[in-house]
Design a protein around this ligand. Structure first.
Ligand code: NAD
Length: 419
């Protein structure tokens, strides 16, 4: 793929990373061809009625990228920027994410191009039910299991699960994960992605000789991932000196009072008006003074423009695809360590896997059990990635892709290509 195409294509960024790891593995061209094509892409219209009575039509997507290791797995995003390219890239990443932490899933992702901030709860419910109804034949606990992503909540998952269950005439909690506890959710799921980010960060900080109470952290994005990552970093003694959301960024060299920021964000549904730090631009936040930087908003945040100015020693990618390949090259040159998205934010899908297991056996675990198992899974697999990185004199991203691709290729070869 040419550089020009890659600059606009999120999937192109993913393919660039895939190719580097495929080279390391000396993967043959047939396998490369298979693994760089999505198994199935579905696009459909979602007509829905506004509270005013007016009809509108939105576009829905579901991409099932790969099934070699199990049913497709991946979130649903509601955002104005949702496109087929973005959903395909996210489904592609889910394939490697599930494989790198050794879950028995393939990769999938879905989305609706819409702006949820302009929708009432009733409108959101109607869109979600129509979205779920359109997918009844192709999703299910053994086919494809959606989950939350940007702007989709446990409530959205509850509507999805209810709609699917109504259509198939039985209760099927295992069709989605990230549900409320009352209807088959897992304890620890809401915090899981942020928790996973901090588990990976603290483990690598230890390797780098960074002591938590002398470590300054900046978190971009204060939603599900960023909020819990900031909370857990501060609980572990790190100084969270910068936070942001779509409305703006705040910096406090003495450390932000994270519980106060959470309180503000919950009450006001954003950080707008937060008084616990100096207001700075989102661009300044990314290049602000810190040791650890956690992008936890959207993709393509680090580019060739801002990457040279980043001061962090360690970047832990809470978001999917926040670093363009050009920026990644600059980080490598400058010695900035990057724990890639497919590893750093795999805590969410790992606890989603636990939720799916619990739904299928109808027996639910204590939160401490969930958190302990999560830490075991992440540290064991991060350890394997680190071993490959060191043995091949590579970086975390290429090593993580190499481990994941190798696991998917082994599954594909054992099953055989039905061609
Ligand atoms: P969310 O909707 O809960 O939060 C997104 C946050 O980013 C919000 O605070 C929003 O205001 C902020 N934001 C949006 N645009 C911004 C901008 N330009 N500058 C600064 N902040 C901005 O979404 P989330 O679930 O926390 O997901 C965030 C990222 O993490 C996404 O890339 C998602 O794919 C990824 N992710 C989420 C999960 C999960 O379990 N929720 C799991 C793995 C990866």
């Amino acid at each position: 793929m040419t550089t020009a195409v890659r600059e606009v294509s999120v999937f192109g960024d993913g393919i660039a990373y895939f190719n580097e790891a495929a080279d390391l593995l000396e993967l043959d061209s047939g396998m490369r061809r298979i693994l760089t094509h999505p198994s199935r892409q579905i696009i459909f219209s979602i007509p829905f009625q506004r509270d005013s009575g007016e009809f509108e039509v939105y576009t829905g997507y579901r991409v099932q990228y790969n099934f070699a290791r199990g049913p497709a797995k991946g979130g649903i995003r509601y955002h104005p920027g949702v496109t087929l390219d973005e959903v395909t890239a996210l489904a592609f990443w889910m394939t490697w994410k599930c494989a790198v932490v050794d879950l028995p899933f393939g990769g999938g992702k879905g989305g609706v191009t819409c702006d949820p901030s302009t929708l009432s709860m009733n409108e959101l419910e109607r869109i979600t039910r129509r979205y779920a109804a359109e997918l009844v034949e192709v999703v299910g606990p053994d086919k494809d299991i959606p989950a939350p992503d940007v702007n989709t909540t446990p409530q959205v998952m509850a509507w999805f699960m209810d709609t699917y269950s109504m259509h198939v005439r039985q209760n099927v909690p295992g069709v989605v994960t990230g549900k409320p506890l009352e209807i088959g959710g897992s304890r620890g799921r809401v915090e899981a992605t942020g928790r996973g980010v901090t588990i990976c960060a603290l483990d690598e900080m230890h390797q780098m000789g960074l002591v938590p109470d002398q470590t300054r952290v900046i978190v971009q994005g204060f939603g599900n991932v960023g909020l819990y990552a900031a909370k857990l970093f501060s609980e572990r003694g790190c100084k969270v000196c910068g936070i942001s959301d779509v409305t703006g960024a705040f910096y406090n060299s003495e450390g932000i009072d994270v519980p106060l920021a959470i309180d503000h964000a919950v009450k006001n549904r954003s950080l707008e008006g937060f008084k616990g730090g100096d207001r700075i631009s989102n661009t300044e936040l990314l290049t602000g003074d810190c040791d650890v930087l956690v992008p936890a908003a959207l993709e393509k945040v680090f580019t060739s423009e801002n990457a040279p100015k980043v001061k962090a020693k360690l970047i832990v990618e809470g978001a999917n695809g926040p670093t363009t390949p050009e920026a990644d090259r600059i980080f490598r040159q400058n010695g900035v360590v990057v724990i890639p998205d497919i590893m750093a934010n795999a805590g969410g899908v790992t606890v989603s896997y636990f939720e799916w297991v619990q739904d299928r056996m109808g027996y639910f675990w204590k939160e401490s059990e969930v958190n302990e198992r999560l830490e075991d899974v992440l540290l064991a697999n991060l350890g394997e990635v680190r071993t490959i990185k060191n043995a091949r004199n590579s970086d975390f991203r290429t090593a993580a892709y190499a481990l994941a691709i190798d696991r998917v290729v082994r599954a594909l070869k054992l099953r055989g290509i039905y061609a």
